[in-house]
Design a binder for this molecule. Structure first.
Ligand code: PEP
Ligand code: MG
Length: 327
C-alpha cells in the first residue's frame, strides 16, 4: 500500500477520462513545502500565516514576514503560493496579540480574522507590504479570510491599493498584477457569491468555517461534533452554488477545507465542478489515487444522486460506499 502511494506521487492528478485536477497543499509553516512537493502538490492553495504570531510574544516585523514569504516562494520554485492574510482570533489565539484582542462572549462570531485586521490597520498594512515585497520573487496570490460583507472586501482592497501606491512611490518592486481572492467561509458570502465574484480574481471555499456557520455548530466543541458535518445537504447546496457562480463569472475557484482531503468527499467535489482542491500534505496521495480511479461522469452522477438525500447521514453513507467501490 505504501509503495503504491509512493508510486502515485509522480503521476498526474487526472481522472480516467482525462480531466486534470489541480492538487494544492494547505500549509502553516514554510518548512512544510518540502513535504508537500514530495507528496505531489503542484503549489500551495492555502498558506496560513498565523504561525508568525502564534509562536512569539511580539508581532513579527515587516522584514521577518518578507523572509518567511520569500522562503516559501523559493521552496516552491515557480509554483503558485496563495498567501492568506491573518486569520487570528477564535481558534487561532496568539500570546503576542495582547492588547489587540479582548475576551468575547462568542469568539467565533466576534472580532476575528479580517475583522481584527480591519480594526488594526498598522498590523494589516505591515502584512500586505510584506506580501507585496515578496511578490517580486515569484507567483504569489493573496486572499482575505472570513469576508462576510462586501464592504469588508472593498475596504481590504482599498488598503491593499494604498500599500501598492506607497511601494510604487518608494520605488520598491512588487508584482502589480497579483491576483486577489477571498475565502468563501461564511454563509452570507456564499449566498451573495455572484456579487463578490465581480470584485475578486478567485474564490477559495473554506468549508471548515462554512460548515460551522451554516449549521451553527462550534467547530471545536466535542459535545456537538456529530452535528458538524460536511455531508449536510445545506452545506453541499452552498458549495454547489458557489462553484456554479465562479464558473459562470469565469473566476478561479478552489476548495481548501478539510473535506477536500477525504477521498469520498473529493469524489463529490469533482462532481460539483471543482477542478482545484487544496489539502493537508499527507492527504495528497490518497486524494490523487481516488482522482486517478474515477471518471468525471461517475463523479457527476454521484453529485446528482446526492441531491436526492435529506440528511447528512444518508449522504455520508452513500459517499462512503461509492468511494469504497471505486478505490
Ligand atoms: C476553513 O475555514 O475551511 C479554512 C480552510 O480555514 P481555517 O481552517 O484555517 O479556518
Ligand atoms: Mg476558516
Amino acid at each position: 500500500f505504501t509503495n503504491e502511494l509512493a508510486e502515485i506521487q509522480s503521476k498526474p492528478a487526472e481522472t480516467t477520462d482525462g480531466v486534470a485536477i489541480e492538487l494544492l497543499a494547505n500549509i502553516e509553516f514554510p518548512t512544510e513545502i518540502h513535504d508537500a512537493l514530495a507528496q505531489g502538490a503542484v503549489g500551495v492553495g492555502l498558506y496560513r500565516t498565523e504561525f508568525l504570531y502564534l509562536g512569539s510574544e511580539s508581532p513579527p516585523s515587516e522584514d521577518e514576514q518578507v523572509l518567511s514569504y520569500v522562503e516559501a516562494i523559493r521552496s516552491l520554485d515557480g509554483r503558485p503560493l496563495t498567501i492568506r492574510t491573518l486569520d487570528l482570533g477564535a481558534d487561532k489565539v496568539a500570546p503576542g496579540l495582547g492588547a489587540l484582542t479582548t475576551a468575547e462572549r462568542n469568539p467565533f462570531l466576534g472580532c476575528r480574522s479580517i475583522r481584527l485586521c480591519l480594526q488594526n490597520l498598522p498590523m494589516f498594512r505591515t502584512q500586505i507590504r510584506a506580501i507585496l515585497r515578496a511578490s517580486a520573487e515569484g507567483p504569489v496570490r493573496v486572499m482575505f479570510p472570513l469576508i462576510s460583507n462586501i464592504n469588508e472586501l472593498r475596504q481590504a482592497r482599498m488598503i491593499f491599493s494604498d500599500v501598492c501606491e506607497d511601494l510604487e512611490d518608494q520605488g520598491i518592486p512588487f508584482n502589480e498584477d497579483i491576483p486577489i481572492g477571498m475565502m468563501i467561509e461564511v454563509p452570507s458570502a456564499a449566498i451573495q457569491a455572484a456579487t463578490f465574484a465581480r470584485e475578486v480574481d478567485f474564490f477559495s471555499v473554506g468549508t471548515n468555517d462554512l460548515i460551522q456557520y451554516t449549521v451553527a455548530v462550534d467547530r471545536s466543541n466535542e459535545k456537538i461534533a456529530s452535528l458538524y458535518s460536511a455531508a449536510h445537504p445545506a452545506v453541499i447546496a452552498l458549495v454547489r452554488d458557489v462553484v456554479r457562480v465562479a464558473r459562470r463569472a469565469k473566476i478561479g475557484i478552489s476548495l481548501c477545507g478539510e473535506m477536500a482531503g477525504e477521498p469520498e468527499f473529493a469524489l463529490l467535489l469533482l462532481g460539483l465542478g471543482l477542478r482545484s482542491l487544496s489539502v493537508t500534505p499527507p492527504a495528497i496521495p490518497g486524494v490523487k489515487k481516488l482522482i486517478r480511479s474515477v471518471s468525471m461522469s461517475q463523479c457527476e452522477r454521484i453529485a446528482r444522486r446526492v441531491r436526492s438525500f435529506d440528511s447528512d447521514r444518508e449522504v455520508s453513507n452513500y459517499l462512503r460506499d461509492e468511494a469504497e467501490r471505486m478505490m
